[in-house]
Every structure is written in C-alpha cells, then in structure tokens.
Unconditional design. Structure first.
Lengths: 300, 340
C-alpha cells in the first residue's frame, strides 16, 4: 500500500469544503436521480460528531466534525443493499450493520425544496461500527446506533444532511490563497460585521488518497478547517507586502513579498495542525499564491 | 504564469516590421474624399542575399524612393529564450524602381547599381478588404549589376546580387475610410527607428533610458510584466544619420533573473539597476535622488561598441502595483518618437 497526495482533490476541495460529508451528491448533473441513502448519527470521543452515510453510488463517507474542523473518509470498498452495509476504512475502522426500521415513514419539508419532500424511514442499525481517527484524535465503537434510510427527491433536498450556505462569506474585500499538491490555504478579509468572530476567515484543506499496488483507491481523506480571526491577523494595507498570522490551529506567519525583481514570493513558517496529524507547512516556494482585491484584480 | 519566452511570432514581428514594406503593404498616402480615401499606387522591391556570419542579409525597397540594407540575427539560448539583433541602413534610391532600377550609395559602406530581370513568374493579389481597384502584381526574378556592402567592423560583407528577388506593383486603390494601408514615412530615419516589440501594457516595472547627441538617438527599455517569472524584457534602439544615410541598430532580448532590479512602488528615492546579458556588458544604476544614470553598462554590436550610461541620458522609472495601476506603465505614450 502506498500513499499519494490527491492533487486534484485540493482543487475540488474549495467547492466541497463548505458542504457536509455527502457533498458528492451535490455535483449530480448528468447522474441518475438520487435514490436511497443510509445515514447514521454517532458520537465520537473528545467532543467530535460523526456522521456516517452511504450514498446511492455505494460510497461510504464518514464525516468527523468539531466546530470549524471536518474530515471526510470516503471509501468505495462497500457492500451495501437496501438494509445492509459492510465496509472497511483501511486501518481506521470497519462497518458491518443491518438497518431495522423503527416508526412510521416521514416526509419532512425542507427549506427551499418546496414540494420535493424526501421519504425518510427512521430506525436503527445493529452490528459493528468502529472507527479510530489518526493518533486516536477521536474514536467510536458501537453495536447499535440511530439511523435513517432516505430517498430524496433531488440531490439538493436531503434531510439526512442539510446544507446551510453562508452567502455573506462571498462578500470578501480581499483574499489570499496558496496551494501546492495536497494542501490549500485561503484567507478572506471582510468588512466588520459580515462574519462572526472577526473580520478574517482562514481555511485550510488537505486531501490524500491511499492507493493499492493495483491502482485502486480504497480510501480518500479530505480535511477542512475554518477559523475566524481579527483583522489584525491579515495585514494587507500595503499591497506589495502581505502578512498573515492566523490563530491556532494555525501557527507561524506567512508573508507575500514583492522582490526587487517585481516577482511576488510567498514564504514564512506558516503551518496548520489538523487533529491527528503533524503540522502541515502552508508557505514556501512550492506554493502557488494569489492575492485579490475586490474590484481591482489579482496578483500572482 | 512564467515569463513567456520571446516567441517565434515575436521574432517574426521584428522581421515583418522591416520586410512588410517590401512585400506589398506599401506606400499609401491617404487622401480623404467623403467616406472614402485613396491608397496611392506604389512599387516595392526585395532581394534576399542569404546569410553572412550568422546574419540574414537582404536589400529591400519599401518604396520606389528608399533602399535599405538589412541584417538580422536571431539567437536562442539554452533556456529557450530568444535574442534578436538587427542593423538597418537606409538611403535614397537614385534609380527608378518602377522600371526595375535600384541605384544607391551607402557612404563608405557600399553601393548598389542593379537592374531587375523578371523570370516570367507573376503573382496577383486582390486589394485588401474595403478597397477596390486593380490587383497587386508581384514579379519574381533577380537583380543583375553591382552590389557591394561591408557592415561596420566587417561583420558581414556582401559582394554579389545573387538571390531571390521580386518587385511588387500596386495600383491606386479606392478604399472605405480607414481601410487604406498606412503610408510609409518619407524620412529615412523613420525607416530605421526601433519598433517596440515587447508590449509595455501590463508591465509593473519599467525603466527607459535615452540619450540624444549629435543626431544620434540611443534608447534602452527594460520591463517586467506582471505575473512573470524573474527577469526582464530588454530592447535597445540606436538611430543615427551618416552621410545621407540613416542607420539603425537594435537588440531585443529576454533577460534572466537579475536583469532589472527596482525599488518598490512608493519608495523614495526610487532606484533601479540594469544588468542585461550580452551583447550588453556591465551594469547601470539609477537613483531618483540625483536623477543620475551611472555605471559601466554598454553594448557591443557588430561594428559598434557603445557606452549606455552618462549624464546625457534621461531616465524614466515606473514601478507600479498591478492592483492600483491596472494598465501598468505606459511611458511610450508620453515619450517623443526617436526620429525627432
């Protein structure tokens, strides 16, 4: 087994990061209509929530969340039919459960979905669910959990995981991004009052895929982090010189500097620490960076 | 996005800048009459003289009144960047190109006394869109007679008129307003003046140093485009009159990292250093404080070694932020043309 960084993953992450674990469903154009989902709610250790879902394409996604952090573990190595799920999460856990309906079928209304009400059968799953996050940052082991089988009317109108977009997050006044294979960093600055917790929103994402010798990808992991911070952590008053020093779990400082060659370079000791991982550097010459000022354009 | 190498297209532009007149994009002094204008008849000629010591050499007549010797050399470095060097020598045609006669003296450098011999092959080209009149007729053939030219410093020597040649005749055309070809300048000097090859639009650091002395114009421009990798595009143009002749020399090259270093926008005093690769040598420094352009910078061209610093130079330095000045530096709009 060898690991490779998922280069394309990071590009996709920007779009996916603001969605919950079943974000695969959002990109549904050209695909068959949404059919049956299985959703299982779990409680992980150390304050993490765990949502396990199997989508109609028989992908199992285990999403771990805690405040601004989320991690998605996705495997296609799944056996699933109407009421059974069996899957392995490559050294991190395994799932082998059967769904048992409990209570009447419901058709809950969803905001923005009009008459597209899903069909939801509540119930429980019984069997084995075990998951241990990297370096045990969270874990769960249960034999029974609450669950639901859902048939949504469209990909967007899912009851099991509701996506609540924050349109004001698009109202940035300046932003900076840096990316290299497997890692993405984004900082957006807002006018006062637009976002909660400060004027700057920092995001970091990583993606990695585990690949077998035969080329199969039994496990893909996406991690996403979002932290608000004060305006003083994003200093861009002089557009030739930008400095960011986001709060934990980030550490260090990143600096965009215009050299005497009139080339913009991104450097510093900025890094981010995801739960269960070593700090990941987010600055250096291998990163491609971009600074944008709304209404003025971007420099790279 | 990295700095683009000076492409073959760009090289072609340089060549086209001097060759187009000979291929029929000819003299057209416009006369406006209502919604139409007139593109006068013209005759142009061209003689390809092959390669001499790495230089492509040609004789061309953009109009029936002007003869130009042209030598250019294109070099591609190991990193893929291009360098173009050229020399142009323009004099009056004492012959009558309409009748295939080219007669001219290039001072002590050479002279031509040629007569065109068509080989019977002719090409016709319809007037450009928006114009009406007869077709342009190009006759292929060769020139016979005497031709000798020795580049300054003997960097090339041509003593034979052998080579492909043609003469193109275009009749008077009636064109819709704006469709007639631009007229060729009467001034010899304008025919050898440097043509900006690198666009200054989008440049975020641009240095322009020029000097005029005893009729000689020397101008060097170095610019760095936004979103480019380290380095700068450099172009040098030299124009001078000599014994009834106008001589132009030029260099276009893509300089590596370290070619142009400047202070940042808003810094005072603004400073810059320029150290382009060969055929340039040395380094020049500019300081806004003293408005001085000093150093050892010079250029060695075939038959010419010229210092490029000193009190006679006027320097303009523009360093902008791409977010504040989205069009970049645009000195050339304000700069007087080098032929005045």
């Amino acid at each position: 087994m060898r690991m490779r960084q998922a280069a394309v993953a990071v590009l996709a992450l920007l779009a996916l990061s603001c969605l919950p674990g079943n974000a695969w469903a959002k990109v549904g154009r050209g695909r068959p209509p949404a059919k049956q989902w299985i959703d299982i709610e779990l409680e992980g250790s150390n304050g993490y929530s765990i949502h396990l879902s199997v989508n109609p394409r028989r992908h199992l996604i285990l999403q771990v969340t805690n405040e601004g952090f989320s991690a998605e573990y996705m495997t296609r190595d799944v056996f699933a039919d109407a009421d059974r799920v069996k899957a392995k999460l490559l050294g991190l856990g395994k799932i082998s459960v059967r769904f048992h309906p409990r209570g009447p079928v419901r058709h809950p209304s969803l905001p923005g979905c009009g008459r597209k009400r899903p069909t939801v059968q509540p119930g429980v799953v019984r069997g084995t669910i075990s998951f241990v996050g990297e370096r045990e940052y969270t874990q769960v082991k249960v034999r029974e959990a609450e669950a639901a089988v859902e048939e949504p009317m469209s990909w967007r109108c899912r009851y099991g995981v509701r996506f609540e977009p924050k349109p004001r997050e698009r109202e940035w006044v300046s932003k900076f991004s840096a990316e290299e294979e497997g890692a993405y960093f984004l900082a957006r600055k807002y006018r006062p009052g637009v976002i909660e917790g400060g004027q700057v929103l920092y995001l970091a994402e990583t993606g990695e895929a585990f690949e077998t010798a035969s080329g199969q990808v039994p496990l893909t992991i996406y991690r996403h982090l979002s932290v608000p911070a004060l305006a003083s952590t994003f200093r861009d008053t002089h557009p030739e010189h930008l400095t960011v020093s986001p709060p934990p779990p980030f550490s260090g400082t990143g600096t965009l500097t215009r050299t005497p060659e009139s080339v913009f370079t991104w450097g510093g000791d900025l890094s981010v620490q995801f739960p269960g991982l070593d700090p990941i550097p987010l600055a250096g010459p291998s990163f491609e960076s971009e600074y944008c000022l709304r209404g003025s354009g971007c420099i790279r | 996005m990295g700095r683009g190498h000076l492409s073959l297209v760009a090289v072609g532009l340089v060549v086209a800048a001097v060759l187009l007149p000979a291929t029929g994009m000819g003299q057209a002094k416009l006369r406006r009459a209502g919604g139409f204008e007139v593109q006068p008849a013209y005759t142009a000629g061209f003689l390809r003289l092959g390669k001499e010591r790495g230089y492509k050499v040609a004789l061309y007549m953009p109009t029936d009144r002007i003869v130009i010797f042209y030598a250019s050399r294109t070099e591609k470095s190991k990193d893929g960047s291009f360098k173009v060097l050229y020399s142009l020598y323009a004099v009056r045609n004492l012959g009558d190109l309409e009748h295939g006669v080219v007669r001219a003296r290039f001072g002590s450098l050479g002279r031509v006394s040629l007569r065109f011999r068509p080989n019977g092959q002719m090409r016709k080209r319809d007037p450009q869109s928006g114009c009406e009149g007869g077709p342009e007729i190009t006759e292929d053939g060769r020139f016979v007679g005497h031709l000798s030219f020795r580049g300054e410093g003997n960097y090339f020597h041509v003593s034979s008129a052998k080579g492909q040649a043609y003469i193109a005749h275009s009749p008077r055309l009636r064109c819709e307003k704006g469709q007639a070809l631009e007229s060729h300048p009467r001034s010899l000097r304008k025919h050898v003046a440097p043509v900006p090859l690198f666009p200054d639009e989008g440049s975020i650091a641009l240095l322009y140093a020029s000097a005029r002395s005893h009729g000689r114009y020397v101008g060097i421009t170095a610019m760095h485009q936004g979103r480019s990798s380290p380095g700068a595009d450099v172009q040098l143009g030299i124009v001078e009159p000599r014994h009834g002749m106008a001589i132009g020399h030029g260099v276009y090259l893509e300089g590596p990292a370290g070619t142009l270093l400047t202070s940042l926008p808003g810094a005072h005093p603004a400073t810059a250093t320029l150290a382009p690769p060969p055929p340039f040598y040395g380094e020049a420094a500019y300081s806004e404080d003293s408005d001085a352009w000093t150093g050892t910078l010079g250029v060695k061209l075939a038959g010419l070694s010229l210092p490029l610093t000193g009190p006679g130079f006027h320097v303009h330095l523009c360093v902008v932020n791409p977010l504040r000045d989205r069009d970049g530096c645009d000195f050339f709009k304000a700069e007087p043309p080098p032929d005045e």
